[in-house]
Design a protein around this ligand. Sequence first.
Ligand code: PEP
Length: 252
Amino acid sequence: MARKKFIAGNWKMNLNAAGSVALAAGLAKEAASLGAVDLAVCPPFVYIPQVAAALSGSAIGVGAQDMFYENDGAFTGEVSGAMLKDVGCRYVILGHSERRHVIGESDELINRKIVKALADGLDVIFCVGELLAERDGGVTNDVVARQVTIGLSGVSGEQMARVTVAYEPVWAIGTGRTATPQQAQDVHAMTRGLLNTLYGQAVADATRIQYGGSVKASNAAELLNQADVDGALVGGASLKVADFVGIIQGAM
Ligand code: PEP
């Protein structure tokens, strides 16, 4: 089944206000020629309104890098899905490996956030992926299957139209070390098989599965040529217009 590729940039905790706006404006200028691919950028929370303004009128969506599962109240430091919608977000990244392994988020917490984000009308980029020790120990598929199964608990087949799964092997994120196209394809195919078991073939066929982990212009095309690789979640190489556009061109 032909799935439109989806490339998203995760700016992580980088840039400042001026740099965020300049990057967004630079991408907005290029966007018209890149329409064959769905595009999003995910700035730090505080720059979302300015980035959304710089991208308005372009086809590039705006996302956040996290959110909390309550609407409002005494949750110091947290941001709700309604707040993200209020400032122009369409997407939210949930379960990113840095949230899992630096901040300590569990599968169950990530699941609560996913369920709430979908209820709030956000589209979710749901990240999964194994640690190096888990890959070396031969349990990659077990880890990813557990993360997917718990993360999507309570998510309906209908809601899956607003979920993108991002397979991001932790050992490949920000390390310059990329999974081989075959390693990516193998985990993507396993994940699609699991989605088939959980939701049936129509949902499994329609769900986009991004690869993430040191994607750059020079390796994007061969990764994105794999049958079950439907896009990329890009960290470091999303911080410069030319680098990000190079990846998008690799997807076209
Ligand atoms: C990411 O932030 O999700 C990511 C994959 O980062 P990088 O592209 O820098 O490895």
